[in-house]
Design a protein around this ligand. Structure first.
Ligand code: FEO
Length: 404
């Protein structure tokens, strides 16, 4: 059965929702699923903007076939060829062999590299600033390298203000009928998945997102719709989401608040983390979030690290090193380029307390623009009453640093 929705009077969402995939990119959990968005324009010429993951190909074909109703498919425009969007290109070419494919030179190169059989079909290479007319609609192309692969571009419809944004402005989460961001409570139900998507998938490439935002700023008043390749379409309150993207890609926290991530073997480091959380709340800072690194997926920890201004790492010493899961979290912060945060440390160990020094060294040597507060809480096996003043001092130091 086809499943389509109108975006405008002649543009349709023809993508699909995926609740079967557990791990996006085989690494990030997606309990709310994901959507692969593709769009079909019915102008004097018919144009399919991007395709979908192979697992959703049948749905795409039903959707496109239904809307074309016997018309030929004239153009296939590929903004981003990564297989979660490009895997169905070949099938489209098999069904509509006369279709002309529009994309960037690099995208065609990568399609060949992935084994897509595109040669023998008419390929139209475009670059930034080129324009193309499909009848009423005239589009222009804007390069978006590393948002999130090097070949990516976005396409702007100069006629109706639709921005086909590729991976930019995307989100985890299946649409399940609700295509538009204004049809859901985005700030309540979607923002965490949008942040987790952006920070984990494109987080490393903040400067490239900034570059794209800079290009978009010149035509901001002309953008009426943002059509990403994952998640809801934006047609209202665009500034809300653009502002989030701006903050995330500048590595600026969204909120003053404290993330306490603890690595605990027998509950004693956890108890210290909880005691600190209580102290902070008692002193008036209630935007405090406590996570066990052993049972929180690192993509969630990263997302929260992008949201909040302060990060407390509480770790046992393990094999004379940082607890492995905590170490992995730190490695991910480095890989995703997290910057501009204030850290505080809690260390634990029973005969050789090493984790604090090692975490501090990692933060100072491997991460950029980070501050580590000097008031470290050190504990041997468990936290005793004689450390209450240290706990107090740590909470005070965190609160004091928020005033600066
Ligand atoms: Fe959703 Fe970079 O692909």
């Amino acid at each position: 059965m086809y499943c389509v929705r109108s975006v405008t009077d002649d543009l349709y969402w023809v993508g699909a929702n995926d609740h079967r995939l557990h791990l996006f990119e085989n690494i990030h959990p997606i309990p709310r699923g994901v959507s692969y968005n593709a769009y079909l324009l019915l102008d004097q010429k018919t144009v399919l903007f991007d395709t979908v993951d192979w697992s959703a190909c049948r749905q795409l074909l039903e959707n496109v076939g239904h809307l074309l109703a016997g018309r030929p498919l004239d153009y296939l425009l590929i903004n981003h060829m990564e297989p979660d969007h490009g895997a169905s290109i070949e099938e489209i070419l098999l069904r509509w062999p006369e279709v002309k494919v529009i994309s960037t030179e690099k995208a065609f190169m990568l399609m060949r590299q992935f084994g897509f059989h595109i040669d023998g079909h008419e390929l139209i290479t475009v670059q930034e600033g080129d324009t193309f007319s499909f009848g009423t609609h005239k589009v222009t192309f804007v390069a978006a390298p590393m948002v999130h692969w090097p070949e990516a571009m976005v396409t702007f419809d100069l006629t109706n203000g639709v921005l086909f944004a590729a991976d930019a402005f995307g989100s985890f989460g299946a649409l399940d009928g609700k295509l538009f961001a204004d049809e859901v409570n985005f700030d309540r139900d979607w923002i965490d998945d949008a942040r987790r998507y952006l920070t984990n998938i494109v987080g490393k490439y903040g400067p490239h997102v900034q570059l794209l935002l800079k290009k978009a700023s010149g035509i901001l008043d002309q953008i009426k719709f943002i059509c990403p390749l994952h998640g809801p379409v934006w047609r209202e309150n665009l500034g809300y989401f653009i502002d989030k993207y701006d903050k995330w890609s500048r590595y600026e926290p969204e909120e003053q608040g404290v993330l306490i991530a603890y690595a605990s073997m027998y509950g004693n480091t956890e108890a210290a983390a909880q005691a600190l959380a209580s102290k902070l709340c008692e002193k008036g800072m209630t935007n405090v979030w406590v996570y066990d690194v052993s049972n929180t997926h690192v993509s969630q920890l990263i997302s929260e690290s992008f949201r909040l201004s302060h990060i407390v790492l509480a770790s046992v010493t393990y094999n004379l090193g940082i607890y492995p899961v905590m170490h992995n979290y730190l490695q991910d912060m480095k890989a995703l380029n997290l910057q501009n945060r204030t850290f505080a440390l809690i260390e634990n160990g029973s005969w050789a307390i090493k984790s604090g020094d090692l975490m501090q060294k990692f933060i100072e040597n491997e991460l950029k623009n980070m501050t580590v507060l000097g008031d470290r809480l050190t504990m041997a096996s468990s936290l005793h009453d004689d450390k209450v003043s240290d706990l107090e001092a740590l909470a005070d130091a965190i609160l004091e640093s928020m005033k600066q």
